[in-house]
Design a binder for this molecule. Structure first.
Ligand SMILES: [Zn+2]
Length: 200
């Protein structure tokens, strides 16, 4: 079995109704099969984030509250490879952004961090969580630097050109998928399966 340890953190005002957290993990397991996502820790954190408070273009190290939150995740669940934080509000500062993924160096490897707003809770946006997980799984070392370029994008974009692909910049929704075709290409799955974050 190929698995990865993830921890889930909720903050105040983050919506968790309708089994959102379980849905996100189950959906991600089914899309990224055969990779299994094992829940390591699940905790509520004493942080409050409001709408349009977090920027995804400004480094998190320059946003003290976000930085403190991510470092507490690391301390609370040192055995996880991916940390998912659910925050309040619907958007980041940047228009339309409802989730982001970020890899931080950690000794000779790295850890993945994902932040999701309440807008990612809706049915239409349910592929946001597996999409952000994809950015972490597709991160790899290339010539001593980390890249999360999509393996099908020779120009180095982290997003796939096919609007029906999970890794498209505008994440497809359940109304916008080709049921007979997988959401991922075999290239993407292959790169993910080679991620050093995976355990066997
Ligand atoms: Zn993306």
């Amino acid at each position: 079995m190929t698995y990865i340890n993830i921890s889930i953190f909720t903050t105040q005002h983050a919506h968790t109704r309708n089994n959102r957290l379980a849905r996100d993990v189950m959906l991600t397991n089914s899309i990224w099969r055969p990779i299994t996502f094992q829940l390591d820790e699940m905790k509520q954190l004493p942080f409050i984030f409001y709408d349009r408070e977090i920027s995804y273009t400004l480094p998190f190290a320059q946003q003290p509250k976000v930085h403190t939150m991510l470092q507490s995740c690391l301390e609370l669940a040192p055995n996880s490879e991916i940390y998912v934080c659910y925050v309040g509000g619907n958007y980041f500062i940047e228009p339309h952004v409802i989730g982001c993924a970020y890899s931080q160096r950690y000794y000779d490897t790295w850890k993945g961090f994902i932040i999701l707003t309440n807008a990612a809770a809706s049915y239409a946006n349910m592929y946001t969580f597996p999409h952000e997980i994809g950015h972490i799984l597709l991160t790899r070392n290339e010539n001593t630097r980390l890249t999360n370029a999509d393996p099908d994008c020779p120009l180095g974009s982290p997003h796939h050109p096919d609007p029906f692909n999970l890794m498209h910049g505008i994440v497809p929704g359940p109304y916008h998928t080709r049921s007979k075709f997988p959401l991922l290409t075999s290239n993407q799955l292959q790169v993910a399966l080679n991620s050093p974050l995976l355990r066997k």
